[in-house]
Ligand binder design. Structure first.
Ligand SMILES: [Zn+2]
Length: 60
């Protein structure tokens, strides 16, 4: 089954948080919540969203 993974450190944070989901669209809301509480990103810019999307990896 295809899985999507995201590692917070991949976008430059000194953070060991990792996310995994079977659908890519399920990742972003969770990453947003984590970014808010862990990294004080209250308004995510489109640039930031792109950076995150680019860091999401597909694993089979
Ligand atoms: Zn993080």
């Amino acid at each position: 089954m295809t899985r999507y993974t995201y590692h917070c450190r991949d976008i430059g944070y000194d953070c060991s948080f990792e996310f995994e989901a079977t659908e890519k669209k399920d990742l972003l809301p969770r990453i947003k919540i984590h970014s808010k509480y862990a990294h004080q990103i209250f308004e995510m810019s489109p640039e930031m969203e792109k950076k995150i999307e680019a860091a999401i990896r597909q694993a089979d």
